[in-house]
Design a binder for this molecule. Structure first.
Ligand code: KIV
Length: 296
């Protein structure tokens, strides 16, 4: 008699889809939450396989993939297009779509409609939007439509002209207090998590201790409940500038340059393609082709 069970018991360690509830549990257990950006299928697949908790399809895509000077020109259509590719590549990570400039600022109704598109059309699990107290109404409406919202405070790149450039925020007591108050307002409006970008470590640490929802830091020190970076910065794939808070784990731009130069050289010098990279045809078929007319 066979001893093989008809159904395989589910492994206790089987990987499960990360949800907003997992974010909350991780904060309670003080387990750091990992998040990175992706804008395409292969990167999403690689991040998911590596075990990342969350993938943000950030509007940073406008700068690192589309070559815009800042994130302001990014449209809803561009975001939806890239979110769809990411959703095809990731199975387990929590997927967060970044709402682009003017997709949630004009009216609450537009904010809800656009947030809904990220879930309905693009396969995202949640959305992220920038801003503090001025976004409370939009956040409440999106959350009450059943859509999880991640907030974003500190350096908010969609307000770069108001902030006077890509610069750290909350470095004096007055602006620090405003950011802390904004964080508390976002939490009470229903945000499941808040990104804290480019602010003093002490301030991010204080906010993280005061909130019951997890904070995800970028340039905000180690006191946050999780960390995020722009993947192109981490991989050394963005050549224009690298923020001082980024740690580069690879220099892929240099590697890409080396590979492209080798290819160009090998084609020019007839080193590529070789036999190994060519498709064969049998002598029999070759002779049949030449039988009627000698093409050879
Ligand atoms: O657009 C983005 O990638 C972001 C992260 C920097 C948090 O908002």
């Amino acid at each position: 008699m066979s001893t093989i069970p008809l159904t395989q018991p589910q492994s206790l360690t089987a990987r499960k889809k990360v949800t907003t509830r997992v974010f909350q549990l991780k904060k309670q257990r003080q387990e750091p939450i990992t998040m990175l950006t992706a804008y395409d299928y292969p990167t999403a697949m690689a991040l998911d396989k590596a075990g990342i908790d969350a993938i943000l399809v950030g509007d940073s895509m406008g700068m690192v993939v589309l070559g815009y000077k800042n994130t302001l020109p990014v449209t809803m259509e561009e975001m939806i297009h890239h979110c769809k590719a990411v959703a095809r590549g990731a199975e387990f990570a929590l997927l967060i779509g970044d709402m682009p400039f003017l997709s949630y600022q004009v009216s609450t109704a537009e904010a809800v409609r656009n947030a809904g598109r990220f879930l309905q059309e693009a396969g995202m699990d949640a959305v992220k939007l920038e801003g503090g107290r001025e976004r409370i109404e939009a956040i409440r409406a999106i959350v009450s439509a059943g859509i999880p919202v991640m907030g974003h405070l500190g350096l908010t790149p969609q307000s770069i002209h108001l902030l006077g450039g890509f610069r750290a925020q909350g470095r004096d007591a007055e602006t620090a207090r405003l950011i802390l108050e904004d964080a508390l307002s976002l939490e009470s409006a229903g945000c499941f998590s808040i990104v804290l970008e480019s602010m003093p470590r002490r301030l991010a640490d204080l906010i993280s201790r005061r909130l019951s929802v997890p904070t995800i830091g970028i340039g905000a020190g180690s006191g946050c409940d999780g960390q995020v970076l722009v993947t192109h910065d981490l991989l050394g794939l963005f050549d224009r500038f690298t923020p001082s808070f980024v740690k580069q784990y690879a220099q892929l731009y240099e590697e890409m340059d080396r590979a492209f130069r080798s290819y160009i050289e090998e084609v020019k010098t007839h080193q590529f393609p070789t036999e190994e990279h060519s498709i064969d045809m049998s002598d029999e078929e070759w002779e049949a082709l030449n039988r009627e007319k000698n093409y050879g």
